[in-house]
Design a protein around this ligand. Sequence first.
Ligand code: ATP
Ligand code: MG
Length: 284
Amino acid sequence: MNLKLAIQKSGRLHEDSIKLLNDCGIAVKSSGSHLRTVADNFPLEVYFLRDDDIPQYVEDGVAHIGIVGENVLYEKEKKAAIIEALGFGKCRLSIAVKKTDEYGTAHFLQGKKIATSYPVLTQKFLNENKIDAEIHEISGSVELAPGIGLADAVCDLVSSGSTLFMNGLREVQTILKSQAVLVQHDSLGEDLLKIVGQLLFRIRAVKRAKNTKYVLLNAPNDALQKIISLLPGMKSPTVLPLADSGWSSVHSVLNEDEFWEKIEALRDAGAQGILVVPIEKMIV
Ligand code: ATP
Ligand code: MG
């Protein structure tokens, strides 16, 4: 039995979705003109779809699991449970107004016209802020709308903000932070759940490795205690004597988010010859 996974056919999430599977040791190729493909070495069948359709496929169980942006998942209001955040496709859904407008609070939007591809999430935001505004739904090039007199404001996806800027707009309020997530159909049989579990195990090992670096350094023995206290390691750091007496080699792992801070502290404590190596998989 194959687990059926829906991913975006082409667009911002496609490459990263394929890369994640490949990093998990699952051989699937980019879609090309194919609408589905079967992995060579894992019980997985991949459907290539428009991202808008993925929540529905997963709700219906036509696809057992799917990779989709939270923004699309929440906009579609389908039943599909998030089982893992994937850390790519990060963006935010934001309100933007003309550069010259004074925004202040959400009340700026009262009685105005907002262009968006996300009418459900936009309306929810307006309701929460008790604002009456007209939503103008368009499916693309939303950021053009204020410039051509179609709307006063937009509610659109932003990552760097450069598209907004180029169109004379200014981001004023984030209404949702989003990333790609793995979603699952409501009721899967035991056999399928087992394959989901195997896939999740691999995804977590890949994610953990991505956030972690392997560090090797040389430490004078009299600074060893201090240096070890700076390094958490998976259990505790590995310490090996160097040929040069009075020195040891210390091996450990570091989290990406505390990385630079720790490296500086290690140098200050007397560590030398610090090597930092990427980790491919990390099983705990
Ligand atoms: P499809 O043809 O599948 O409907 P699309 O044009 O709707 O594609 P893309 O532009 O490829 O969608 O974006 C897919 C997802 O990538 C978005 O729903 C969002 O979750 C994520 N994303 C990340 N950064 C951005 C960004 N700057 N702008 C738009 N989407 C982004
Ligand atoms: Mg889409």
